[in-house]
Design a protein around this ligand. Sequence first.
Ligand SMILES: CC(C)(COP(=O)(O)OP(=O)(O)OC[C@H]1O[C@@H](n2cnc3c(N)ncnc32)[C@H](O)[C@@H]1OP(=O)(O)O)[C@@H](O)C(=O)NCCC(=O)NCCS
Length: 513
Amino acid sequence: MADGKARTVADIMSRPVVTVASTETIAETAARMGAKRVGSVVVIDGGKPIGIFTERDLVRVAASGADTYNDRITDWMTPNPDSVAPDEEVAQAFAALSEHGYRHIPVVEGDELAGIVSMRDLMRIAAIQPAETLAHEVPRGLEGVVVAETEIGDVRGLEGFYHYRQYDAVDLAEQRTLEDVWYLLYEGELPTLAEREQFTAEVQPLREIPTDVAAVLPDIARLGGGAGPLDLLRTTVSLLAASLDFEPSLDVTAGELRLQALRVCAVTPTLVMTLYRSQQGREPIAPNPELPYAANYLYMLTGEVPDPEHARAVEQYMISTIDHGFNASTFTARVITSTGADLGSAVVGAIGALSGPLHGGAPSRALDMLDQIGTTDKAEPWLRDAVERGDRLMGFGHRVYKTDDPRSVMLRSVAERLGGENVEFAKEVERQAVEVLAELKPGRKLYTNVEFYAGIVMDAAGLPRALFTPTFASSRTIGWTAHILEQAADNRLIRPSAQYVGPPPPHPLPELV
Ligand SMILES: CC(C)(COP(=O)(O)OP(=O)(O)OC[C@H]1O[C@@H](n2cnc3c(N)ncnc32)[C@H](O)[C@@H]1OP(=O)(O)O)[C@@H](O)C(=O)NCCC(=O)NCCS
């Protein structure tokens, strides 16, 4: 807590509490819950709380066929419910109550009802317990829920900081090579000069596409029709895994799995560029063994050794996007690995998750937005109009960062270094968008995310828009596979539960008419 004081139940409880008298019926109670839009009511007798009645009870009532117009609430409520005191610390209250699976808990001071808290509110604030021990609702979108342990990295949203194995990721992007960071993620420590050389020598030959896969790439590119290179990459990684005989991760040794992971990471840039060039009707360009990862990536686009400034900018972007906490695609990769499936399946699933505009599919959209705005004088009305219409400004907002996204800050300075007319324009649009969002979405703390300047940097470095998300996918493959290796090394099937909210079962089967 910023002020050093732990939060108490009183800080987060809801008031006034919706109550019903002990003499009321189920039907009256249900009507009140509907009108007040609450998931529970506290039953009162002589001003004292004597029971609680929740949506769950309502489902039980409906399934039983009870006479809701005559049955009294006291017949169906949970009598003498556990309660918490308003001055109890949130974490303590959470720990004490989580094992019962309650969803709503009355807050009682002395004998008096002071408020009500939901487990959802408590969980959001309390240090979240391992999910496997919980048997109740978690926030929508799993926000803030801890579902695994990792040593790979962590995102501190309120501080605007993230790291890879305890090193500030921005420092790594500013001072190290992509191969160093790749080594760090896989081996747990940064390489020495000798280790860097050895690692580079190990991965360089793995950039080549196996011949049987290379043979079908032009067909995949052609069959893809209007599909983007990311869709084609998804298909091709699947093919690659089959062609290299990737066995279920449950059946391979840690050493074999590491080799598969290295192979997929090393070949992904080659696949991306080959597919892209094939779609353009151009011959693929073989990887250049003299060049490091990022420079080689640009080389395979044009066949020319890239400007070192451009190669470094792309490398910095790539380092900054290698990993980022338990984002949707990383989670996907770990879920798939937790079933014991092969590494190819996990990467294919992760690519699918990344392709969505709410995750990785936004950088070209951010640039498209700048194009639509056109000039600085049109920015404010355009942005205002979009937000008022309910549209999302692409490249703004983040699930975890509620302050500047450190990747966006770093990429803004990389963009400034590269220069170009787009940069000043983007900075002005950013300034105006932050203002518009603060006014129209107060309290949501919306700032630029990684995608906003990513597009500017990649564009300035000569990458076409169609390659923005595939470039993200290339670097993120390193993060995904690091997580796959970690998951496989200490695996437990990830298998959560869902809250059933449909009509009450069991329902008799209808007559077939
Ligand atoms: C990244 C993102 C998906 C995070 O979503 P989230 O954590 O689920 O945030 P929510 O959907 O709960 O949004 C909270 C509020 O902020 C608003 N908001 C979030 N991002 C916004 C954006 N980019 N533009 C306008 N409003 C935005 C939402 O409309 C919502 O407002 P409401 O409370 O009035 O309903 C979201 O910010 C977004 O869609 N951004 C644009 C796409 C993008 O840049 N993606 C790349 C991510 S790296």
